[in-house]
Design a protein around this ligand. Structure first.
Ligand code: PLP
Ligand code: COI
Length: 362
């Protein structure tokens, strides 16, 4: 299906009679953490080969019933997205560049042989959920409602081919800082034993399998006292972290980030690099070898390294650790200043000059 659907879907709304009380919700929002609490409702839309997208619903949040032979449970035909809703000072609720997430989900769908959800339906699903669960968008500074759209093969069939029945869901989770301890430099473990993706693989798609294969290296990172893992490609070029892109800042003001067809094209990265370009920084998207990174830090050519993604926003990298070495990363001002500019836009504290925000509650 191409992105030409325009007729809005008509959602059936079933209210959750066991919805959390305002007091229970307030208690959760006091300390939301990341990804552990969920709102009262969820959205789902069915797809079938013959019927296309149909039966759009808003229903109480709860378990999904699946046939044990559902293809996703066997062959991992699944994709997802991550996007946030932000509360502005006037109470309104906005999201950030949803067209980009919709387009990336369509690209992931093509790679995983899933149907493409039209952008209009993607955006409508966000609006429908906010219409019932808008009170879950936190008011506290730097908190947001993390929205998790996902799609999977639900057809009960053990042959290996694209499923003819698919489900799209949207759930939401109030979110504070992704890393415990808030915004402080994180430590990164260099994975030498594992790769995240390969040429022609699924690295550029947001599919669960990429994250499943990152768990063992991520555990290795934790064993070495590190917060995240960084992956290299087969030529020892830097790819990305388990769930974030990497950006290098050079002494002369250049900003360099890995270009590769096996990493996820981050929307946070794209936005932050745009803001940096607006400030006059030259941005280079090209391969960056591990050697360039380590030499650059050692010589002082690289003056800052940071990670970025929807969940983590912009987070400075404080240390790169690997077998037999530990490079302390230089600390600078740019990452935090770009983080501030980006979040000011997202929370409506600064002009949205690129037209990145979309109001969801009106
Ligand atoms: N890379 C990976 C592997 C990710 O999971 C994410 C998070 O979504 C990103 C990069 C950053 O992407 P975005 O900024 O669109 O959230
Ligand atoms: C996101 O930032 O949206 C992600 O999907 C990353 C994940 C590690 C939570």
């Amino acid at each position: 299906m191409t992105d030409t659907a325009t007729a809005p879907l008509t959602f059936t709304v079933t209210r959750n009679l066991a919805a959390k009380s305002p007091a229970q919700r307030a208690e959760i929002l006091e300390n939301p953490g990341f990804g552990t609490n969920f709102t009262d409702h969820m959205v789902d839309i069915c797809w079938s080969e013959h019927g296309g997208w149909h039966r759009p619903r808003v229903q109480p949040y709860g378990p999904i019933s699946l046939d044990p032979a559902a293809a996703v449970l066997h062959y991992a035909q699944e994709i997802f997205e991550g996007i946030k809703a932000y509360r502005h000072a006037d109470g309104s609720v906005h999201t950030f560049r949803p067209d980009r997430n919709a387009a990336r989900m369509q690209a992931s769908a093509r790679r995983l042989a899933l149907p493409e959800l039209p952008t209009e339906y993607f955006v409508q699903s966000l609006r429908e959920l906010i219409a019932v669960d808008g009170d879950w968008v936190p008011t506290a500074a730097d908190q947001s409602l993390y929205l998790r759209p996902f799609m999977f093969a639900k057809e009960a069939f053990l042959g290996v081919r694209p499923a003819k029945k698919v489900a799209y869901y949207l759930i939401a989770s109030p979110a504070g800082a992704y890393f415990k301890g808030g915004v402080k430099p994180v430590s990164i473990w260099l994975s030498e034993n594992y790769a995240r993706a390969g040429k022609g693989g699924t690295g550029a798609a947001k599919t669960g399998g990429n994250y499943a294969s990152s768990l063992r290296p991520q555990a290795e990172a934790a064993e070495h006292g590190c917060d995240q893992v960084v992956f290299l490609d087969q030529d020892r070029n830097v790819e990305e972290l388990g769930g974030m892109n990497v950006v290098f800042v050079y002494k002369d003001g250049r900003i360099v980030t890995p270009a590769s067809d096996s990493i996820l094209e981050g929307i946070t990265r794209d936005s932050v690099l745009q803001l940096a370009e607006d400030r006059g920084h030259v941005v280079e998207r090209r391969p960056v070898s591990l050697q360039e990174w380590r030499d650059g830090v050692a010589s002082g050519d690289i003056v800052e390294v940071f990670a970025c993604g929807t969940a983590a926003v912009v987070t400075p990298i404080g240390t790169l650790k690997g077998e037999g070495f530990e490079d302390v990363q230089p600390s600078g001002e740019l990452a935090l200043s770009l983080r501030e500019e980006l979040t000011d836009i997202q929370y409506g504290r600064r002009e949205d000059r690129h037209g990145w925000l979309l109001r969801l509650d009106a």
